[in-house]
Write a protein that binds this ligand. Structure first.
Ligand SMILES: Nc1nc2c(ncn2[C@@H]2O[C@@H]3COP(=O)(O)O[C@H]4[C@@H](O)[C@H](n5cnc6c(=O)[nH]c(N)nc65)O[C@@H]4COP(=O)(O)O[C@H]3[C@H]2O)c(=O)[nH]1
Length: 560
């Protein structure tokens, strides 16, 4: 009750009220500060009577108060510190998030540009994959795709569409005699001229080798094709100048098939245009022929062989025959030459003269060459298994095979696969392997020689190379061409030439093998002239594989 009186009294009278409080008497006069202290203490300790509070010892109260105050300050400081730290941590997190966000934005922008770059690369790669690297025209795959999509539109069009197949007459001779570099330049010039002769909307493709195709689109009338065909024959037959210093002239053979009359799809149109092109060739080249149902492919052996060659290589229709090479000193068989044949289901045995050029033209020579090498390895391994004294087998290698830098690696793989030594095989190259670019062929030859393989130069004397030109090449043997051997008896000059070639070759540490020896006189002359070995019908014709075992057992082969 007294506490309430103290509280209820106006501040100016509290001193008097306090003085009358029973517990307060005897403490003397309280100062205002002390009163305030007691008041604060009283308020803090709610429930404790004020008289008890004021009766308490002031220093103790003060200490308690100070301790409370310190605790409060400490708590405040602690809370402030926690708040500060939390704020700092939050700021840091926010900062880091901002940083991350910025980095993400940069990465996103980078990704975006990378995606765009990749898209462009993809388009470029697709373009490259669809274009012929030499001429820049569409390659066969892309041509077929584009023609297929054009034909889908052409079906609803009243206009006329035609597919043209075009092949360059005599291209192979030019390529072989002047080198692949000039051949390539010529193909580029033809592609360029072809582009200028047809409309931009027409589709041009290089189908491989010297074969081109054009889809002539949206012609008003069928007769327009006559004009275009004449223009193409005339213009493409004009001389091509400035081809690495050469000026060349050749003509095209063209075959034409109309859509949809001669075919509803690309494959049929190409096939019929191709057949018509063959008809142009048969009719004397340098002309255009329209497809006609009368053109029967079965009548055209060349056309059929070209179509079936890939299948023949894959389907084991090829066989090897082997012709022995005989050492003239003692008539011992010193090796065999492997000669490929095509056992055709309809035409019977076909000789390489009819299909090697086709394989080269259609890009199948690597497959054919690999098949021959594998078959030779298999033969050498079979001889060894039968306990026969093996002799090297010579394999004919085309110029295109020697331009393939992967050829030595594949050769090594086959040798390993069949457990055959490099010295069990020999390579026969021709002078056409040594036309431009020579460097590449020489590099491949050096690699093959490094593996332990012997190398012979076939048909020597028919080409441009002289012994002095080939002396730096890794060539161990030269094979004297049959034309020299033929002439030995009839022409004294040929005899002198043969003798001097043999002497020169020996001086250059090369062996000489004469090929195409058919007569005893020729054999006698060659032996007298110091020729090392001979090969020809007088000794043996090329024989099937099983016959070689008998010859190897016999060892010696006398002229018939
Ligand atoms: N008149 C006559 N001819 C004889 C005589 N002795 C052998 N010959 C024939 O002459 C050719 C010799 O082969 P080549 O000059 O390498 O000429 C070969 C070679 O350049 C090529 N060839 C053969 N097999 C292959 C091969 O596997 N790959 C490659 N790239 N070309 C091959 O085909 C050409 C022709 O081969 P083949 O028709 O087998 O003809 C063979 C052979 O049968 C003879 O005394 N008189």
């Amino acid at each position: 009750m007294q506490d309430h009186a103290l509280l209820a009294s106006p501040p100016g009278q509290r001193q008097a009220v306090l003085a009358q409080q029973p517990g307060v008497q005897g403490h003397g006069r309280l100062r205002l500060d002390d009163q305030q202290l007691h008041l604060v203490s009283w308020r803090r300790n709610a429930g404790t009577p004020f008289t008890v509070v004021v009766s308490q010892d002031l220093p103790r109260l003060l200490a308690e108060h100070r301790a409370n105050s310190r605790r409060a300050w400490g708590l405040l400081a602690l809370l402030t510190a926690i708040t500060l730290l939390a704020t700092l941590a939050l700021a840091r997190v926010l900062g880091r998030q901002h940083h991350l966000f910025q980095a993400l934005s940069v990465a996103d922008a980078k990704n975006q540009s990378l995606i765009e770059q990749l898209e462009q690369e993809k388009i470029r790669a697709l373009e490259l994959a669809g274009s012929d690297h030499l001429t820049g025209l569409h390659n066969r795959r892309m041509f077929n795709e584009l023609v297929a999509s054009h034909l889908a539109l052409a079906r609803r069009s009243p206009k006329h569409y035609a597919l043209l197949y075009l092949d360059l007459d005599r291209f192979k001779q030019i390529n072989d005699s002047l080198g692949h570099h000039v051949g390539d330049l010529l193909l580029q010039a033809v592609a360029q001229r072809l582009r200028s002769l047809v409309r931009g909307s027409d589709i041009i493709g290089r189908m491989g080798g010297d074969e081109f195709a054009v889809l002539v689109t949206a012609m008003e009338q069928l007769a327009d094709m006559d004009q275009l065909a004449s223009k193409l024959v005339a213009q493409l037959s004009q001389p091509y100048v400035g081809l690495d210093g050469h000026s060349l002239q050749l003509s095209p053979s063209i075959g034409i098939a109309f859509f949809p009359r001669d075919g509803h799809d690309v494959a049929t149109l190409c096939q019929h245009a191709d057949m018509a092109m063959y008809a142009s060739k048969r009719a004397g080249r340098g002309r255009a022929t329209y497809y006609d149902t009368q053109l029967n492919p079965a009548d055209d052996r060349g056309w059929q062989l070209e179509r079936e060659l890939a299948q023949a290589i894959a389907g084991e229709q090829l066989v090897l025959h082997f012709q022995p090479k005989v050492r003239l000193e003692d008539c011992r068989i010193e090796g065999f030459e492997a000669l490929v044949r095509w056992q055709h289901p309809a035409f019977g045995l076909i000789y390489p003269g009819e299909f090697i050029a086709l394989a080269e033209k259609n890009g199948l020579i690597a497959e054919l060459g690999d098949w021959v090498i594998r078959a030779c390895c298999q033969q050498a391994a079979a001889w060894r298994q039968q306990g026969l004294d093996t002799v090297p087998i010579a394999v004919n290698v085309s110029a295109l095979q020697l331009r393939d830098t992967a050829f030595p690696t594949r050769m090594a793989t086959y040798l390993q696969q069949y457990g055959v030594r490099a010295s069990d095989l020999e390579l026969e190259i021709t002078e056409s392997c040594l036309v431009e670019p020579v460097d590449l062929a020489v590099r491949v030859l050096n690699q093959l020689e490094g593996m332990g393989m012997r190398i012979g130069l076939d048909d020597f004397g028919t080409g441009f190379s002289s012994l002095s030109q080939i002396r730096h090449l890794p060539i161990d043997t030269i094979k004297l061409d049959r034309s020299f051997v033929d002439d030995i008896r009839s022409s004294p000059e040929a005899g002198v030439l043969v003798t001097s070639i043999i002497t020169l070759a020996h001086n250059l540490k090369m062996r000489v093998v004469a090929e195409g020896v058919e007569l005893r006189d020729q054999l006698v002359y060659l032996k007298t002239a110091g020729c090392d070995a001979a090969q020809g019908y007088i000794l043996s014709r090329p024989v099937p594989a099983q016959e070689t075992q008998r010859l190897l057992r016999q060892g010696i082969l006398e002229p018939a």
